[in-house]
Design a protein around this ligand. Structure first.
Ligand code: IPM
Ligand code: MG
Length: 321
């Protein structure tokens, strides 16, 4: 139904502590990502104000990283099993599935996005020194695709080195492309660099098809019902949705409004503010309305959304337009 009857899906944070292992969150989110084949998980790590960054002396010009996480393969496929569960002889196997097609389409998308958004560098991160089978495939594909983009510098870092560098010198990164699990982990680190999970937005995309947009954070049960949850990650995800639907101006209006509200020092307690969820939401709406009346000058953008996205080759021929 989601695939056939909707142009896009905006998912609110979900998860409930009464479901012990978070199974429903996993089933719904991963279910949508896998069943709709949303192979691009785009998570922009953008710092709107130096005050939000936990790193000493870093500002917006240092932290502006587009992370592309492969979203349909890896250890997330659920291939494996357990033998003799609950005994001391238990064996648990969780396979890491990497296919040429799967790796190729996400690596290519990252390069095409970099080109379309005039980014200088794409860094592929893996653990090919230890995972000599699956990540050898990532190495091969990266070597195959990179020469098609001579205008973009292709670099590689092992994942352990990369997390160190993201903290030590985040300015070196423009675009990062990686597998599902490493992408999950480094986008939480990225969220910390931009002010916390409350600020982080994401897009789950298959070009030309119904795609899904969600904040990176979960439902944060301790915050529920207290009017303290930061709405910005969800609001920015709605912006990514509009950008992907081709509504560039509307998407920019949302991004600019959030920037404006952050710059004005308005925010929930997680980013050092004193406002509630509702007040922050209202402030974003007011900033959008004010910008329509020319009271807030729109500034340059284009660094944020997926549009204008990579042309052509990533789109599936069978995809809906
Ligand atoms: C995320 C989340 C999910 C993931 C969980 C809830 C299954 O951590 O979207 O980053 O691992 O992908
Ligand atoms: Mg995660």
């Amino acid at each position: 139904m989601l695939r056939d009857e909707f142009d896009a899906i905006l998912v609110g944070a979900l998860g409930d502590p009464r479901v012990a292992d978070g199974r429903h969150a996993r089933d719904i989110l991963l279910g949508i990502r896998f069943e709709l084949d949303l192979y691009v998980n785009y998570r922009p790590v953008v710092l709107f104000d130096a005050r939000l960054c936990p790193l000493k002396g870093r500002g917006p010009s240092d932290i502006d990283i587009a992370i592309f996480r492969e979203n349909t393969e890896g250890v997330y496929v659920g291939v494996g099993g357990r033998v003799k569960p609950g005994t001391e002889d238990e064996i648990a196997i969780q396979e890491d599935v990497n296919t040429w097609k799967g790796v190729h389409r996400i690596v290519r998308y990252a390069f095409e996005w970099a080109r379309a958004h005039r980014r200088a560098r794409v860094c592929m991160t893996d653990k090919s020194n230890a995972m000599a089978q699956g990540h050898a495939l990532w190495q091969r594909v990266f070597r195959e695709v990179a020469p098609e983009f001579p205008d973009i510098q292709a670099t590689h870092q092992y994942i352990d080195a990369l997390v160190l560098q993201m903290v030590r010198d985040p300015a070196q990164f423009d675009v990062i492309v990686t597998n599902n699990l490493f992408g999950d982990i480094i986008t939480d680190l990225g969220a910390a660099l931009q002010g916390g999970l409350g600020m982080a937005a994401s897009a789950n995309v298959h070009p030309g098809r119904t795609s899904m947009f969600e904040p990176v954070h979960g439902s944060a049960p301790p915050l529920a019902g207290k009017n303290v949850a930061n709405p910005m990650g969800a609001v920015l995800s709605a912006g990514l949705m509009l950008a992907t639907l081709g509504l560039a101006e509307e998407a920019e209006a949302i991004e600019h409004a959030v920037r404006h509200v952050v710059a004005a020092g308005i925010g929930t307690p997680d980013i050092g503010g004193t406002q509630g969820t509702t007040e922050v939401g209202d402030a974003v709406v007011s900033a959008i309305v004010a910008s329509q009346h020319g009271q807030v000058s729109p500034k340059d953008s284009g660094a944020w959304g997926l549009e204008p996205g990579p042309a052509g080759s990533s789109a599936s021929p069978g995809g809906r337009e």
